[in-house]
Design a protein. Sequence first.
Length: 139
Amino acid sequence: MGQKSASSSAATKVSSFVLLIIFVTLAVALAALVLAVQAYSIGNDVVAVYLLFIGFIGVALSTYVLFQTRQRMMRLRIETPPITTTIECKKCGFKNVREFQRGDYIFKEVEPCQKCNEKMLITAIYREVREKGKTSFPY
Ligand SMILES: [Zn+2]
């Protein structure tokens, strides 16, 4: 729980770092492939096979990681579910659900109950996860 805002800038920072690593790995892998061809042309078959192996693993690994990161980034971009705050009246049990507002925290006293005018408390703050064709409300 917690860590609601300021995660998007950190995500882009991390992904650019990952992209750099992928780029370096890819460059090393391609260099290994070029060296493999050179070693083969010289007649050094064993070294050529090793370099080819390193090159292919590097390419496969960086492609895989790139694919994973792209997927994660797309998911982050598409899904930004709203944060919901649940307010409950301790006296009559009246429940109200509204959008999260800055400064909301659990057990914070908010506006009085619409039914009995008693003070209401925030009982839950959560991010709504929307599934296709479903609502997250169990009631
Ligand atoms: Zn009430």
